[in-house]
Design a protein around this ligand. Structure first.
Ligand SMILES: Cc1ncc(COP(=O)(O)O)c(C=O)c1O
Length: 384
């Protein structure tokens, strides 16, 4: 039996913030605190260099980065965007916010990303784009997805919210399609509380996006000294990240190698502590795919059925292990039904959502925490 809980709690995710971020904020407060300032530009360039993107624009969230991408691509009313139902609400919200309609496709059993054949079946004359989600920072079959998009003249906007630092066949996730959107929410590997980024490879698209991000003005060009005053040149909104938050992000990027190393060590410990148990009870661990390099954002278990997953979730929480499910599929959520998506058949999505359990994973977990979680997990399962 696992030792009694004795008030112990292993939290689900904890950001690693310390004196380094405090110092960065202190320094930022001595300068300009609005967006598109010197710190934000530095961070954007750093991200663009590491992603090998033409341009990165910091935004207030990944949700806003996705809205901004769709607006810059001119996607709107009367058009459809194919995306998974197995995702966070933001993917579909961004589509709705620009006036288009999300159309849900099923996911692959292995990567839990979009199933390209099912995407192809859902394309109509109204389809304008595909939005793959890199769940757990693992890409679906991007070669086939990009080929489908090319053949049908569709744009690709990657929801890479979880995927900063992850790769598909050596290429950074978030740079494979027309636009890539990242999150710096507190639950992500690298965080500034709330924040996001839009990565673009096409200079024209980047130009349109920087205008929309700055309330439809050419303020970005003005700050670069390219025009002598700035004015309203297009319809836009306000998606730019304050330099105070950019300063936190910069400190986090400095810390990223330490964060990555610790997360990788936690994942390796989970794998070695759970592999024989998983085999015995018919639970699947996350795939290890040689052509995908992940950032160890999520460690999930797939139980053989919903009842054993639910029982495991309850038992773990009982012991203070803050495990979680993922996700309530969007087509079965109240808003999914309200937009008429309730009846769509997505068998893999439904099965995965009913059987998936996420374990706590963050860089502040000690080996003792991880061993405690492993011991508690090993007492759950379907078959014994
Ligand atoms: C797949 C996915 N998309 C979008 C988001 C939204 O990110 P943000 O909170 O930065 O808007 C998240 C965040 O949890 C996510 O996991």
């Amino acid at each position: 039996m696992t030792a009694p809980r004795e008030g112990r709690t292993v939290p689900y995710h904890v950001p690693w913030l310390d004196e380094r971020e405090l110092e960065a904020v202190r320094a930022a407060l001595g300068g300009r605190v609005a967006g598109d300032g010197p710190i934000g530009r530095r961070v954007e360039q750093r991200l663009a260099d590491s992603l090998q993107a033409h341009r990165v624009l910091l935004t207030t969230s990944c949700t806003h980065a996705m809205e901004l991408a769709l607006l810059a691509l001119g996607i709107g009313p009367g058009q459809e965007v194919v995306c998974p139902s197995f995702t966070f609400v933001s993917t579909a919200n961004a589509v709705l916010r620009v006036g288009a309609r999300p159309v849900f496709a099923d996911i692959e059993d292995e990567t839990l990303g979009l199933d390209v054949e099912d995407v192809a079946r859902r394309i109509t004359s109204r389809t304008a784009a595909i939005m793959p989600v890199h769940y757990a920072s693992v890409a679906p079959d991007m070669d086939r997805l990009l080929e489908l998009a090319r053949d049908r003249d569709l744009r690709v906007v990657e929801d890479a919210a979880q995927a900063l630092g992850s790769r598909w066949r050596g290429r950074a996730l978030g740079t494979l399609g027309d636009a890539g959107c990242f999150s710096f929410h507190e639950s992500k590997n690298v965080t500034c509380g709330e924040g996001g980024a839009l990565a673009l490879v096409d200079p024209d698209l980047a130009h349109r996006a920087e205008i929309i991000r700055e309330k439809g003005t050419n303020r970005a060009a003005f700050l670069r000294g390219e025009v002598d005053k700035y004015t309203w040149v297009a319809e836009g909104s306000s998606y730019v990240l304050s330099d105070v938050l950019a300063a936190i992000l910069e400190a986090q990027l400095d810390k990223a190698p330490e964060i990555d190393a610790r997360r990788a060590a936690v994942v390796a410990r989970y794998r070695s502590g759970l592999a024989d148990w998983a085999d015995r009870v018919g639970v699947r661990l996350p795939p290890e795919l040689p052509d995908r390099q992940t950032n160890h954002h999520i460690f999930h278990l797939l139980y053989p059925d919903g009842a054993s997953r639910d029982a495991a979730l309850g038992a773990l929480r009982e012991r203070g292990v803050m495990a979680s499910f993922h996700y309530i599929p969007l087509h079965s959520a109240p808003q999914g039904q309200a937009i008429g998506a309730g009846e769509v058949s997505l068998p893999v999505t439904d099965r995965v959502a009913a059987t998936l359990l996420r374990l706590p994973l963050h860089a502040r977990l000690s080996d003792t925490d991880v061993d405690y979680v492993i011991e508690a997990v090993r007492e759950t399962g379907g078959r014994r």
